[in-house]
Design a protein around this ligand. Structure first.
Ligand SMILES: [Zn+2]
Length: 415
């Protein structure tokens, strides 16, 4: 097979740009999109070793330049107990937490560090307190490439620990995430100081190529044969959703699918600028006040139009859920299916119940939730409260205490 990448072009005015171009269209401000040759059939006989099975549908990278830790081909798990509880015919969970650093960002970090080698760059930089920071740091270590991660002044230590173990250069920046323009300014200054380093900030308006690895999530779901009616996607910048959308569109153009799933953009209430824009019928995302939600990985007050377009094109909708709904869903999927996802992933699960109760979907339909990160990355510390577990005061009294515990059902599982 040969690589099918053609060019980057503006999604509004179709002006083409070099593959390594980093920004919006200079003529009309549109977001750029990658284009591929889509003639022939989509291949189906993969070895299922990593996302690089789909290398022909990614920006071109020579095989010797690929930086991989085995990312991709995450499980797409039927979740019948959860489906029954929420009252939907079928639910699958796409476990992106099974990627090497525990989140979907590994797909992009793998492409990003491979491009560093392909393009002969000296290092990488990005802004992220969380999953992207961990993924880019890990893949930089794998590639033995220098890495700078900009983080906020008060970055949460739970996720920082994972970033720091890979030993990137860290710089705390006060006000980093105040607005899209503050982020843009920080990254532009980093690029000025480090002209030979690659900006790996994962946001299509800055970095259109980094959406590309998320098409592989659509390919993997489609290769599982049964296509869900809906895909629920947690949204911060919107890259994951727009990448999945692109993947399904490509499969449809290649004749592999006769229909594509409706995409649902999910955010936390209090940090839902993209959902608001979809509901109001706007063509761009308006910046809101300081974002407040328990879902830290999608706590944003800005967004971009690519995710709005992707949702509309698919016939889907946007929905936001409360902290209480999110935290309940995180516990429920663990009890129902043995799946521990991070808080920001549970928004997708919580949104199914909300969508059903609002009549946005029917009980006889099916849905996949994209569970973006592993549970150990982000959970409430109160969930590890020992006082909720009964105690046997000595080993010799264990059997007596255990009989009482079993009889009264005082265990967390039965609660
Ligand atoms: Zn343009």
């Amino acid at each position: 097979m040969t690589n099918r990448f053609r060019f980057l072009a503006c999604s509004n005015c179709a002006t083409t740009y070099p593959t390594d171009y980093h920004s919006r269209c200079t003529k009309c401000g549109g977001i750029l999109e990658a284009h591929y040759r889509l003639e022939g059939k989509f291949p189906t006989d993969f070895e299922r070793r990593s996302m690089w099975d789909f290398a022909d549908f990614l920006p071109p990278v020579k095989e010797e330049n690929v930086v991989s830790l085995g990312e991709g081909w995450t499980p797409h798990v039927p979740s019948p107990n959860f489906a029954k509880r929420v009252g939907l015919r079928h639910v699958w969970c796409k476990l992106e937490g099974c990627n090497p650093t525990g989140s979907f960002k590994d797909r992009t970090a793998s492409l990003g560090l491979s491009l560093v080698r392909e393009w002969g760059k000296k290092g990488v930089f990005a802004a992220s307190d969380g999953n992207a920071g961990a993924a880019i740091s890990a893949y930089s270590a794998r590639a033995q490439v220098r890495c700078l991660i900009l983080i906020s002044e008060d970055a949460p230590t739970q996720k920082l620990a994972q970033i720091m173990i890979y030993s990137p250069t860290l710089l705390r920046v006060r006000g980093l995430y105040e607005s899209a323009s503050s982020l843009e300014s920080a990254l532009a200054q980093a690029q000025d100081v480090l002209p030979d380093w690659l900006n790996l900030f994962i946001w299509a308006p800055f970095n259109p190529l980094l959406v590309e690895p998320y098409t592989s999530i659509a390919y993997e779901i489609a290769l599982n044969k049964e296509i869900p009616d809906y895909i629920f996607v947690p949204v911060a910048g919107g890259e994951l959703l727009s990448g999945i959308s692109r993947g399904f569109q490509e499969l449809r153009e290649m004749g592999m699918l006769d229909r594509t799933p409706k995409l649902v953009a999910v955010q936390g209430k209090g940090a839902d600028p993209t959902v608001q824009a979809i509901e109001k019928g706007l063509d761009k995302v308006l910046e809101t006040g300081p974002p407040v939600t328990v879902a830290g990985a999608i706590r944003v007050n800005f967004g971009a139009e690519h995710s709005i377009k992707a949702v509309r094109k698919s016939g889907g909708f946007g929905i936001s859920v409360t902290d209480e709904q999110i935290l309940n869903a995180q516990k429920q999927i663990a009890r129902d299916e043995g799946i521990f996802c991070e808080i920001s992933s549970a928004v997708a699960l919580a949104a199914i119940s909300e969508a059903l109760s609002l009549g946005k979907m029917g009980a006889d339909e099916t849905a996949t939730t994209i569970l973006t990160g592993a549970g150990l990355k982000d959970y409430l510390s109160t969930d590890a409260d020992l006082s909720r577990a009964p105690i046997s005061e000595s080993v010799s009294s264990l059997s007596m205490t255990l009989k009482k515990v079993i009889a009264t059902g005082r265990t967390e599982v039965a609660a």
